[in-house]
Design a protein around this ligand. Structure first.
Ligand code: SAH
Length: 380
């Protein structure tokens, strides 16, 4: 598969010239003939990477209860859309629905919408969620109108990014071209004021050689959701790895079977992703019209939602081997050195709703996640 998609990318470069990193990423991930997501289920121990819902059922359960609480605060609209972006194998939604079934009125009111680009993963989602009667959409803009709760774990990191490099005078866009052997290679375009304007203002004065990434698709999504949340009551919860503040540095990464590989080495066969710039995302959503809470560190967020209590309840009923697995799974999601701190959680809510669960104390953007160790044990 690699050969085919790499050849297709090379053909396009010969016709159009070097591609933006975003165009390369979009082809490598989604090309119908050999794109990464188009052709496989990459998630889990036998795939290329694993995700929080695959590591611990507690993740999805707590998010399900978070949705129920938000629904209550919204005045219990019936129907209410429960949307997920990039649901992977459907595990998060399935755990969330199981936990939420303690409030039957919520379960009855919910209409599930799944935004998924990958035909392969849609099949996996159908297996786990078919009984709940979900509808699939390809583009977020196709979500029906109405009150909505939206969740997305590790969706934003898969959206294509562009890269800009600071030259001696201005910024230039880094692109994907061909070297003299015809292999894919990064090439820097001409320095221009137009490129400089795409770099976040806070980073524009960086020293020569600095690389900055932007994610136009994430910004567009945030702005769209912000406007929608001003119009229709609701909330959106995004969990992903990334920075609370716009930071320089390349974060584009390729992963094949849980190992890093070169970003241009295996298009179609390696996963491609980049850190999320939560500051840029929050700013766009806020300008669209939503109120922003967080980002807070994932470990702190889960602790505030009662992850340790949920673990104790599950462990009390589990066989010894299961108990160890439950503890290890949750620790991986919560420990600062693992997924507890690099992963962050941000909520966009309709104006007027109180701070959602998990964001209560230091709720406003910018004043967050500085002391996560206060709330959960560092070594468990
Ligand atoms: N949320 C899941 C899967 C994360 S992997 C989990 O936590 O396990 C990223 C998911 O986003 C996959 O389901 C992938 O197919 C989907 N995806 C990536 N880019 C997309 C796009 N542009 N539109 C819709 N879905 C996309």
């Amino acid at each position: 598969m690699t050969e085919e998609i790499a050849a297709k990318i090379a053909r396009r470069i010969r016709v159009e010239g070097p591609l933006t990193v975003a165009a390369y990423m979009a082809m490598a991930l989604h090309d119908p003939d050999g794109g990464y997501y188009a052709t496989r289920d990459p998630i889990g121990a036998r795939g290329d990477f694993t995700t929080a819902p695959e590591i611990s059922q507690i993740f999805g359960e707590l998010i399900g209860l978070w949705c129920v609480e938000l629904w209550r605060r919204m005045g219990q609209p019936d129907p209410v859309i429960l949307a997920e972006l990039g649901p992977g194998r459907g595990v998060l939604m399935s755990d969330a629905l199981r936990a939420a079934s303690i409030v039957p009125e919520f379960r009855r009111a919910v209409r599930i919408q799944l935004a998924e680009a990958s035909p392969k993963l849609r099949v996996e989602q159908e297996k786990r969620l078919g009984d709940a009667g979900p509808e699939w959409i390809t583009r977020v803009e196709d979500l029906p109108d109405g009150p909505m709760l939206l969740i997305a774990n590790e969706f934003l990191d898969a959206l294509p990014i562009r890269q800009f490099v600071r030259g001696n005078r201005e910024w230039s866009e880094r692109r994907v071209g061909l070297d003299i052997d015809g292999d894919l290679a990064f090439v820097d375009g001409p320095e221009s004021t137009a490129s400089a304007l795409l770099v976040p203002a806070s980073l524009r004065a960086s020293t020569p050689g600095t690389l900055v990434e932007i994610c136009p698709a994430a910004i567009a999504l945030a702005a769209w959701l912000g406007a929608r949340l001003r119009r229709w009551p609701g909330a959106a919860l995004f969990i992903d790895y990334g920075n609370s503040f716009s930071a320089p540095g390349p974060t584009l990464q390729a992963v094949f079977r849980h190992r890093p590989v070169g970003a241009l080495a295996m298009p179609g066969d390696a996963d491609l992703s980049a850190h999320v710039d939560f500051a840029a995302f929050a700013e766009a959503a806020g300008r669209g019209g939503a109120e922003i809470h967080g980002p807070v560190a994932q470990g702190l967020f889960l602790a505030r939602l009662g992850a340790w209590r949920r673990l104790a309840a599950l462990a009390a009923r589990a066989a010894p081997g299961q108990r160890i697995a439950l503890e290890a799974g949750l620790a991986r999601l919560m420990k600062p050195g693992e997924m507890g701190e690099l992963f962050k959680v941000i909520a966009l809510v309709s104006p007027g709703l109180p701070p959602p669960p998990g964001f209560e104390r230091d709720c406003r953007y910018g004043a967050t996640d500085q002391h996560p160790s206060d709330d959960h044990p560092r070594s468990s």
